[in-house]
Design a binder for this molecule. Sequence first.
Ligand code: NAD
Length: 490
Amino acid sequence: IFDGIYRPGEDGIPEFKAYVAGQWVFGESFSEVKSPIDGRIIARVSRLSRDQVEEALARVYEKGREEIRNYPGEKRVQSFLKAAGLMREAFEDFVNVLILDAGKPKSNAVGETKATIERLEKTTFESRRMLGDYVPGDWSEETLESEGIVKREPYGLILAISPFNYPLFISAAKVVPALLSGNTVLLKPASADPLAAIMFVRVLELAGFPKESFALLTIPGSFMDDVVKDRRIRAITFTGSTEVGEHIIRTGGIKAYHLELGGKDPAIVLDDANLELASEKIVKGMVSFSGQRCDAIRLILAQEKIYEDLKARILEKLKGMEPRNPLEDENAVMGPLIDESSAEYIEEVYKDAVEKGARPLTEFRRKGNYVWPILLEVSKEKIKDLRAFNEDVFGSMALLIKVKDEDEAIEIAKSSRFGLDASVFSECERRARKVARKLEVGSVFINEYPRHGIGYYPFGGMKDSGVGREGIGYSVEQFTTTKTIVHNFK
Ligand code: NAD
């Protein structure tokens, strides 16, 4: 499947081509791809020149849009099913690349590959969301003699920018519904771990998708401004940090934006919660993939009565948690962080919290980019000063805060600039739902940690966590707009 998209370099390290809408080409230079596991260079990826970027854009805009229009939805779905089959054939390759390139624990790499295959397969019923509306005119004097047909139309050319943490699934969760709904796509994968996205694009090509309807932009994020500004691009779907998301909207001007940004997910534990369940879920929510998830639990707001008990249970469960080399330990839950500067950043944020009065409940340990989970106890008066509260800390670090009652928990949760998800733990459904109704977040999980899987439920944030929703069915709405055709019978 992957023959022809790379060659062995002089030192034996594979050198990958980029996909410029219909052709695989080498760039004028290469970017090195290092494994977070041990810093080894595992590949070199073609870095497209300005001219190659323009060529990709022009082809996707001109030829690609025409090609996809002539490739009916039914065929698009068949191609996705074929792509799912090809991914099953190359399952091990995808898993191994995710482990090496992103430093993923094996279970996480397997889960991501499976989810991507399922995402492709679910297009069979997702396509049913591409329906329109019929609006009768009889509600208004003015339109009595007319009726409207509201049709969903693709935006045209969509720029999809994905982050490093789910380099395969998030790329697919953007490209698949964008193409399904008749758009063409430029995919810009994260520079830290672009290999799985390159392989995914190959799979789409072999699955028979119109060749010029998509392209892969392997260039550094800092070179993206001209692309983001380009007026041929009508919509941008971006998943990544709030800071880069803001920069993109400022640069991009008038376009449709779908932004999945940072999070600070709180877990609210009420005094009637099942504490064994709550502590187990909270620890999973903190440490899975070393907390490099926008939906990781980063605040724990526990009621006074159960505070000490919950704390003891969480600490007990954190004891066995440590980052391991995923190549040496197939059962590792935590692996390395994506790079050393991410680990240094966590250390800075940790020191800032301690200096400002947070009390560490775990010993701080870091070896290079391997960081042990961190739990800090802090009073509600102090949290607003902490970088750990105000910034999107992409690691396994949580703040534990004692609260009087649910109102106080809600107030603290709402004071965060982020609003991605929240968890509420309580044995009383009525109480939990009352809390859920008041939180300003995109999803609330009752007696569960935030987890989104392949996106059966709509996913997305409020406030600085982003705008728009994705998920099976929801994404095609996100990537289309409406056109109304009014028929006058007078
Ligand atoms: P990032 O913001 O550094 O980069 C994301 C992508 O944007 C990368 O492909 C990068 O190359 C590109 N980029 C960087 N500068 C750019 C620019 N000026 N113009 C255009 N593109 C540019 O994020 P990351 O470190 O890859 O991922 C971690 C972040 O992603 C965290 O902040 C996390 O919260 C967020 N995230 C959010 C969600 C969500 O659904 N809300 C999901 C996963 C990750």
